[in-house]
Ligand binder design. Structure first.
Ligand code: ZN
Ligand code: ZN
Length: 242
């Protein structure tokens, strides 16, 4: 499978970039994991957004779903131009009914995932873990049967991430703080916590994402490398893993 970082900022996007959004591809199937602010402007660098096969959301904070509305308009306009009636499924949890219901539009359809069970979306099988965050949010363990990618979504540190991430080929973490800073109240992790999960879970590659808007972000990698000896990278627009 191929994973492309579409957006990696927390909270809001910096110039020409986007907040949390990741494209998973396998055998021509295209799954967008979270759809943050700026995602629709970034996607055409990699694929035609109309060619998305499914979208799945970890939670309903704006930096993970801000571009859903314009994605829905894109489906409406492009179906009209192309004289087609393609419907895009958008998977979300149902713990917030108001937010969940907004996933349905003219040509998008809300589909509930049960976080207690794994689901299959195209070639991908996904299991979930509830995170520690101000609103209900789910981490995802995504596999195509060959490789495993774990996305922590938004969360403060939880020991359960270690077993959830065990032996993952790629771990994408919420790294919104520097070592020594406490992200618990905000519901985010720091660089050391991300690295501890990567180390204890014995993952292959760690990608630090959901970046803070302060400090020298390269330092996040330097800090993480003190606790994790595997490959550690800072997420950036267009980073591709396969
Ligand atoms: Zn976020
Ligand atoms: Zn959040």
């Amino acid at each position: 499978m191929k994973v492309t970082v579409i957006g990696f900022w927390g909270a809001y996007p910096e110039l020409g970039e986007a907040t949390s959004s990741y494209l998973f591809e396998k055998d021509g199937f295209r799954l967008l994991v979270d759809c943050g602010s700026g995602a629709l402007a970034q996607l055409p660098k990699y694929i035609d957004p109309y060619d998305l096969d499914a979208v799945i959301l970890s939670h309903y904070h704006h930096d993970h779903k801000a571009d859903l509305g314009v994605l829905q308009y894109q489906m409406l306009v492009q179906n009209s131009i192309r004289k087609q009636e393609k419907v895009l499924p958008i998977y979300g949890h149902q713990q917030d009914k108001t937010e969940f219901n907004q996933l349905t539009h003219n040509y998008t359809k809300a589909v509930a995932y049960n976080p207690e069970e794994s689901i299959t979306i195209g070639p991908f099988s996904i299991t979930f873990m509830a995170t520690d965050h101000p609103v209900r949010c789910y981490a995802m363990r995504i596999t195509d049967g060959e490789k495993v990618v774990v996305y922590t979504a938004d969360s403060s540190f939880k020991q359960e991430f270690v077993s959830f991430s065990e032996h993952a080929d790629l771990l994408i973490t919420d790294c919104n703080f520097y070592e020594g800073q406490d992200g618990k109240a905000a519901g985010h992790m720091n660089s050391k916590e991300c690295a501890k999960i990567a180390d204890q879970a014995d993952v292959n590659t760690l990608v630090l994402s959901h970046h803070p808007h302060f400090g020298e972000r390269d330092q996040l990698v330097t800090e993480a490398e003190r606790y994790f000896s595997g490959r550690t990278l800072l997420a950036y627009s267009g980073f591709i893993w396969e």
